[in-house]
Design a protein around this ligand. Structure first.
Ligand code: ARG
Length: 469
């Protein structure tokens, strides 16, 4: 028997392998809520425009509601022979309400249907990511406030550079998350137009009210070009590229957690809740969650690459290639949600080893810049000259295997006789961080102010007053 939905001109059934390559129900069944919402909106609009009768629309809507609870309750039998979510739902509707079900697809195609469903689905995902990232920011800002004055080494080239505060380091990730939120909010704004009513590709001869279906589904307006509406997948690509950037931010932080928890560094401890043991080495405590966050960034970026490559040579309008848009994207967004949750958990869990961090902050002549700055400030030396003088002092200290603050004043004076005892004040790591009070600097006072600002902002957002940034 040929296909009931499209098989009028067919006399034979498809080969098994044809069915196998064609089915998408295993993936697009996740769109059931969006598919049913869009169908309801379409049926109600068809009735309002007198394209179908109010009685039929009522039956359709009622049936769709029942199907929704069947699927949500795990009682729906998906059939692979029915290809996709659209035909599974419609076929069940026909079983339930009879011939009226056949009117639902008036002035509609699976092409505008799937474009609508997937837009709605990505929009829901963006809203979930928005809340998750805000929670991550809250965890970071809370930890930053607690550790506004906890001193650690800052690095460039992974070499000890200058002392910074742990809170300042954490707040750097709050800023990144805020830009990620901004990108998701932008993507959501651009995505929020309705393809429904574009039909297969050319629009339809029926007098649709596309504004009505758009509004019912929470879209800002209908898409203006039917060809574009059924063939655009920018909305997924844009969301995936924002997801990829968010994922690399999480991955960079995850990498730092891996480094910091290594016994050779010893800056950070994670509890039993966020570590695992080794089946052979009894002493091990492994930061698996952080490693997996680092790895999942690869999958998320891979999904973006994959879809870009699927799309790049497709002529207008709908091509079946586009059915491959969902699996990678769904996997990527799920991975990102998991990564955000895991990072939020690790941030709340992490315990900095303050003494070790502070000791490391003083290693590697991390306050050499403070010494040079003192020469500039107190002796009015040009910075280039001060840099050179400080370099010579560091060389002497290194030769004697001493940190800067342990070097005798007499030894410093061999290089620059005008140096006084006051120099020792700026050589401490506490003084170094406290002095960096410029806007955006690492001083504990700044960290307290910024962390408090973020906590306020995030809680305002939670109460729904701010969307996006
Ligand atoms: N399952 C299809 C997809 O996800 C639905 C659209 C099919 N359209 C068509 N003309 N065969 O893309």
């Amino acid at each position: 028997m040929s296909n009931k939905m499209w098989g009028g001109r067919f006399s034979d059934k498809p080969a098994d392998i044809m069915t196998e390559i064609n089915v998408s129900i295993d993936v697009d069944r996740k769109l059931f809520r969006q598919d049913i919402a869009a169908s309801k909106a379409h049926a109600q609009m068809l009735a309002k425009q007198r394209i179908i009768s109010p009685q039929d629309a009522k039956k359709i809507v009622h049936g769709l509601d029942k199907i929704l609870s069947e699927i949500a309750g795990g009682k729906f039998r998906f059939k692979r022979s029915l290809e996709d979510i659209h035909m599974n739902v419609e076929s069940r509707l026909a079983d339930m309400i009879g011939p009226a079900a056949g009117r639902l697809h008036t002035a509609r195609s699976r092409n505008d249907q799937v474009a609508t469903d997937f837009r709605l689905w990505v929009r829901d995902v963006l809203d979930e990511l928005d809340a998750a990232l805000a929670d991550y920011q809250r965890a970071l800002a809370q930890k930053a406030l607690t550790h506004a004055a906890t001193i650690m080494p800052g690095f460039t080239h992974l070499q000890t550079a200058q002392p910074v505060t742990f809170g300042h380091h954490l707040l750097a990730y709050v800023e990144m998350a805020s830009r990620d939120l901004g990108r998701f909010a932008d993507a959501r704004k651009r995505l929020n137009e309705s393809p429904l009513g574009s039909a297969a590709l050319a629009g339809t001869s029926f007098p649709l009210d596309r504004m009505m279906t758009a509004k019912k589904l929470g879209f800002d307006r209908p898409m203006a070009n039917s060809l574009d509406a059924v063939s655009d997948r920018d909305f997924v690509l844009e969301a995936l590229s924002a997801a990829s950037i968010a994922a690399i931010h999480l991955s960079r932080f995850a990498e730092e957690i891996v480094i910091w928890t290594s016994p050779i560094v010893g800056f950070l401890k994670l509890s039993d809740q966020f570590t695992t043991g080794s089946s052979i080495m009894p002493q091990k405590r492994n930061p698996d969650a952080a490693e997996l966050v680092r790895a999942k960034a690869g999958r998320i970026i891979g999904a973006l690459q994959g879809l870009l490559i699927v799309m790049k040579g497709l002529p207008l309008a709908y091509q079946k290639d586009m059915q491959e848009d969902k699996e990678g994207a769904m996997d990527a967004f799920a991975a990102l949600a998991l990564c955000i949750a895991a990072m939020t958990g690790m941030v709340r869990d992490m315990m900095p080893e303050k003494a070790r961090m502070k000791a490391a902050a003083g290693e590697g002549y991390a306050t050499a810049t403070d010494l040079a700055d003192w020469l500039v400030r107190e002796l009015k030396m040009p910075f280039r000259r001060a840099h050179h003088v400080t370099g010579q002092i560091v060389a002497i200290a290194e030769g004697m295997d001493l940190p800067l603050e342990k070097l005798a004043l007499a030894d410093m004076r061999k290089v620059e006789p005008r140096i006084t005892q006051a120099i020792f004040k700026v050589l401490s790591v506490e003084n170094s961080v406290a002095s960096r009070k410029t806007f955006g600097g690492t001083a504990p006072a700044n960290v307290r102010r910024e962390a408090t600002k973020w906590l306020k902002q995030v809680s305002r957002k939670r109460s729904g007053k701010v969307r996006g940034r």
